[in-house]
Ligand binder design. Structure first.
Ligand SMILES: Cc1cc2nc3c(=O)[nH]c(=O)nc-3n(C[C@H](O)[C@H](O)[C@H](O)COP(=O)(O)OP(=O)(O)OC[C@H]3O[C@@H](n4cnc5c(N)ncnc54)[C@H](O)[C@@H]3O)c2cc1C
Ligand SMILES: NC(=O)c1ccc[n+]([C@@H]2O[C@H](COP(=O)([O-])OP(=O)(O)OC[C@H]3O[C@@H](n4cnc5c(N)ncnc54)[C@H](OP(=O)(O)O)[C@@H]3O)[C@@H](O)[C@H]2O)c1
Length: 248
């Protein structure tokens, strides 16, 4: 189940937020899935899930992580440098993948709502052709506390250049005022119409698929705000509009 991976690249976005690119012999995965990283200490295994940021088809997995004060694994990951080893699950897992979204539901607009490190799996998905082939518009809503918490901005800006008529980026920075961003939390920006105003179209049951990932409080709030607009959860037996993955 486990393979030994080697860190081949490390990016520090700020003093807590970092990416590790890990060369590892993992089985093919689907964009949007997560792998597990793990260490064995005193015969006890500590393993945690991390979404893959890169698209499938590479010989490495890249993860975006934040070190949680007093966390069991993330501070150890934060200590890893180029050349260091870490255990990686051979298989990826997770259902936050486009093939799980209803095909029969003719949604025109795909909305990705992310806080913090949860932008990662959406980057993996957006690096594939599928969202651009299936949806007229793809909106990434990326919520962070402060501007320094934003990661992969260059890569995100490149989607604007590659898909100028299709891609929209809405950044929410909640603890300081930053030009070109909104300052409300994501659920509030759904409730007050801010997201729709920025996107230029409505979040409707008929046209929208919404995938939400990250902070569980944000997910609960965003889901409720969407329920209030008539959107419903996607279930395998009953297709709807909303798919979620909570990080804790
Ligand atoms: C499906 C899935 C995918 C995930 N993908 C990622 C990822 O791509 N990047 C990532 O950093 N984490 C991700 N996580 C969270 C990750 O698995 C760990 O929980 C996290 O790194 C903390 O582990 P720890 O052992 O250091 O902390 P623990 O001792 O397990 O403490 C957990 C606490 O840390 C906080 N926390 C956990 N994750 C985060 C986070 N991402 N941002 C802010 N606070 C957090 C919460 O308060 C949580 O209760 C994912 C979780 C799941 C379930
Ligand atoms: N000590 C530090 O200086 C420091 C700094 C950064 C990160 N960290 C550590 O890193 C971890 C992750 O921080 P993070 O900034 O990536 O994640 P975060 O706390 O999940 O914040 C990301 C975004 O989600 C919003 N949010 C949080 N709770 C919400 C809720 N219930 N409903 C709607 N929106 C909500 C935040 O808004 P608000 O700003 O309004 O909360 C922020 O815009 C923290 O748990 C902490 O351990 C520490």
């Amino acid at each position: 189940m486990w393979t030994t991976g080697k860190v081949i690249e490390r990016i520090d976005w700020n003093d807590k937020l970092f990416s590790l690119r890990i060369a590892a012999d993992v089985e093919p995965f689907i964009a949007g899935q997560f792998i597990k990283l793990s260490e064995v200490r005193d015969d006890k295994r500590v393993a945690r899930a991390y979404s893959v940021v890169n698209p499938p088809g590479k010989d490495y997995v890249e993860v975006l992580a934040v070190t949680v004060d007093d966390g069991q694994l993330s501070p150890a990951l934060h200590q890893l440098n180029k050349g260091d080893e870490i255990q990686v699950s051979k298989k990826a897992a997770g259902f936050m993948v486009l093939e799980e979204l209803p095909k029969e539901h003719t949604a025109k607009h795909l909305w990705f709502l992310a806080t913090g490190t949860a932008v990662g799996p959406f980057l993996s998905i957006m690096e594939t052709d599928e969202p651009w082939e299936r949806y007229e518009k793809v909106v990434l809503v990326y919520g962070v506390r402060e501007e320094v918490d934003l990661a992969y901005l260059e890569q995100i800006e490149a989607f604007k250049e590659k898909y100028p008529d299709q891609f929209q980026l809405i950044v929410s920075v909640t603890r300081e005022s930053v030009n070109g961003t909104i300052s409300e939390r994501i659920p509030d920006a759904i409730i007050n119409g801010g997201l729709e105003k920025h996107a230029g179209f409505k979040l409707t049951e008929k046209d929208s698929q919404v995938v939400i990932c990250g902070n569980p409080g944000m997910i609960t709030g965003a889901q409720q705000a969407l329920y209030d607009k008539g959107l419903i959860k996607n279930l395998r037996r009953a297709p709807g509009n909303i798919t979620v993955e909570k990080y804790w």
